[in-house]
Design a protein around this ligand. Structure first.
Ligand SMILES: Cc1cc2nc3c(=O)[nH]c(=O)nc-3n(C[C@H](O)[C@H](O)[C@H](O)COP(=O)(O)OP(=O)(O)OC[C@H]3O[C@@H](n4cnc5c(N)ncnc54)[C@H](O)[C@@H]3O)c2cc1C
Length: 249
């Protein structure tokens, strides 16, 4: 390959509102890290943070949902366009070896689980994945994740997989695990934290709205459970925190 760093290699819809983009470079990234992408639009000061879904030999893959102007601009990018991308950023998911793992993704929190599942499988772990979505149309990456382990789906309306939330899915399928990895809406992370803190080892990745992406502006802070004076910067100290660390509103 002879691409420039940040060059769009492909950018295709995988759902009506969700795109998969492969970007050249950033191959030193690890599972659970993210990149912060400038849309190139001068009226839009802030970069848009997107998780790294896969790390390839000479590129990374991101998967993003179009929710506003920034992601709309990203969706319009064509192969050969060169993006201003900052990264890889954040701490990422720590890896374990030879353990039973459950990876839980809610909505657009599923993409970072792909590289994580791949690495855990390479490390001799048993990989189970639970995908939570509002309905069948919004389930993403099921086939890709099946390459690395057993995949279960839970939908809010029961239109695919089991009807219920991700915790119902773990329990009803009696998924046996030692280590939890999760990414998704704060409410899902909150319930997983409440259920498994003190019971299992676990890591939660937060997709908090953020500004600078490099720990300077404190625009993405969460409060820690223990020290009331302190802040957790999702971009720099996270986006991954252990179970029991974050205090939820
Ligand atoms: C560490 C991190 C990783 C992320 N990874 C992904 C990913 O892999 N794929 C993906 O699709 N998105 C991801 N996001 C969310 C993504 O950054 C936002 O959806 C994007 O910045 C929206 O930009 P926009 O200009 O299109 O929308 P805006 O015009 O900025 O916002 C449109 C709507 O989306 C809401 N919104 C914007 N950002 C967020 C957010 N972080 N969480 C919840 N709601 C938000 C706004 O409140 C508003 O209602 C991630 C966010 C973080 C912080």
């Amino acid at each position: 390959m002879n691409y420039k760093i940040g060059e769009v290699i492909r950018n295709n819809p995988i759902l009506f509102d969700t795109y998969e983009m492969e970007i050249a470079g950033f191959t030193n990234a690890t599972q659970g890290q993210f990149v912060n992408i400038s849309t190139g639009d001068k009226s839009m000061l802030l970069r848009r943070p997107i998780s790294i879904s896969e790390v390839k030999d000479e590129s990374i893959v991101i998967i993003y949902k179009v929710v506003g102007k920034g992601t709309e601009i990203l969706a319009s990018k064509k192969p050969g366009d060169v993006l201003d991308v900052l990264g890889p950023l954040g701490n990422g998911f720590p890896l374990v070896k030879n353990r039973k793992c459950v990876l839980v993704g809610g909505g657009i929190g599923v993409p970072p689980l792909v590289e994580t599942a791949k690495k855990l499988k390479e490390n001799g772990c048993e990989v189970n994945v639970v995908i939570g979505a509002r309905n069948k149309e919004l389930v993403i990456l099921e086939d890709k994740l099946k390459e690395y382990g057993k995949v279960y789906v839970a939908t809010d309306d029961g239109s695919y997989g089991m009807k219920g939330n991700v915790i119902d899915c773990i329990e009803q399928n009696q998924i046996d695990f030692d280590v939890l990895y999760a990414c998704g809406p704060n409410i899902m992370l909150k319930f997983l934290d409440k259920k498994y803190y003190g019971v299992k080892e676990g890591y939660l990745s937060f997709e908090q709205r953020m500004a600078c992406g490099v720990g300077i502006c404190y625009g993405c802070i969460l409060k820690p459970k223990e020290n009331r004076e302190a802040f957790l910067r999702v971009c720099k100290d996270g986006p991954v925190f252990e179970l029991g660390v974050v205090k939820y509103e």
